[in-house]
Design a protein around this ligand. Structure first.
Ligand code: ADP
Ligand code: ADP
Length: 231
């Protein structure tokens, strides 16, 4: 069964502009799927519809088998990582990671276990007592990913998460995120990822499958080697 299933998905914005034209796609359990394409091809519109941040104009969206068209983001079992890390500046890293869980009434011991687990996975145990302004860009991005991990979502959604980093850090984070995904999967944990980027290198190196979008339709879906060896 597909973990995320899009059937005839359409988006018409309030001004009448049709941004997405009947997209069909099955994303498998544990798969790392990348949406790639130029600015305006509707990558972020699609991701935001999966996240529940944008209404769906037509078609059926399922996550884990459940139709989620009309479910709020919190009810979808997803966690999203944004380009601007959106950390709380007045909270230490530990509390940035713990905040959402505490708000949801998670018991303190469970919160602590999840925060320490995420910190270990992202190699940032030594950063837990720092404030966001004491972090480098790459460290702040790791905290943002950590905030998604502690939620134990069924699906991770990434919206151009590396775009604000310099080239060297971006290369480093590509490797880290790929390794993180594999580690979670090897541990039998939920690891399905949908990753949006306009960067072809990112798509090529990170995607297990790549969905190439153009003007709100799918041009191709395939593994990287097959996509880029075509004439
Ligand atoms: P990107 O940098 O990803 O290409 P865009 O420039 O396409 O982003 O759009 C940035 C944001 O501006 C969109 O997420 C949307 O909310 C808004 N926007 C873009 N195009 C329009 C439009 N034609 N009408 C109204 N809002 C728009
Ligand atoms: P991408 O993420 O690939 O850059 P978007 O999903 O942001 O593309 O936008 C896809 C298309 O929808 C673009 O043509 C954009 O101008 C348009 N669009 C985005 N947001 C809005 C909006 N709020 N209202 C109208 N058109 C929009």
């Amino acid at each position: 069964m597909a973990q995320v299933s899009l059937k005839g998905i359409e988006k018409v914005y309030g001004n009448g502009f049709k941004a997405v034209h009947g997209v069909d796609l099955d994303i498998h359990d544990g798969e790392f799927m990348v949406f790639v394409g130029p600015s305006g091809c509707a990558k972020s519109t699609l991701l935001r519809m999966v996240a529940g941040l944008e209404s769906i104009s037509g078609g059926e969206l399922r996550i884990g088998g459940t139709v989620v068209n009309n479910l709020a983001p919190k009810q979808r079992g997803i966690a999203m990582v944004f380009q601007n890390y959106a950390l709380y500046p007045h909270m230490k890293v530990y509390d940035n990671l713990a905040f959402g869980l505490k708000l949801a009434g998670t018991p303190k011991a469970e919160v602590d276990a999840r925060v320490r687990d995420a910190a270990r996975l992202l190699e940032m145990d030594h950063l837990l007592e720092r404030y966001p302004k004491q972090l480098s860009g790459g460290q702040a991005q790791r905290v943002a990913v950590g905030r998604a991990i502690v939620k134990k979502p069924g699906v991770f959604l990434f919206d151009e998460p590396l775009s604000n980093l310099d080239a060297k850090l971006r290369a480093n984070m590509r490797v880290r995120l790929t390794e993180l995904h594999r580690t979670l999967r090897e541990q039998g944990r939920a690891s399905t990822a949908v990753y949006v980027t306009h960067d072809q290198v990112e798509a090529m190196t990170m995607g297990e499958r790549i969905c190439v979008l153009k003007d709100g339709t799918i041009q191709q879906v395939d593994v990287p080697t097959a996509l880029y060896s075509r004439p």
